[in-house]
Design a protein. Structure first.
Length: 63
């Protein structure tokens, strides 16, 4: 019974610590938001270039 009590107490302490640390995160600043938008735009552009390359290869094969 003591082991269960210690284990429960430890789990509760870890949960409380995790919640406390999650609350400490700072909101994103304007530079981080802009960086994420740039990353997304670059990824989308890369996907479009890849699609265009596939179409060119298909056209060259005569499909």
């Amino acid at each position: 019974m003591m082991k269960l009590k210690k284990c429960s107490t430890a789990a509760l302490a870890v949960s409380a610590l995790t919640l406390a640390l999650m609350g400490c995160q700072k909101p994103e600043g304007p530079a981080e938001t802009a960086g994420k938008k740039i990353d997304q735009t670059t990824q989308k552009a890369g996907e479009q270039i890849e699609k265009a390359g596939d179409k060119i290869q298909d056209a060259a094969k005569g499909d």
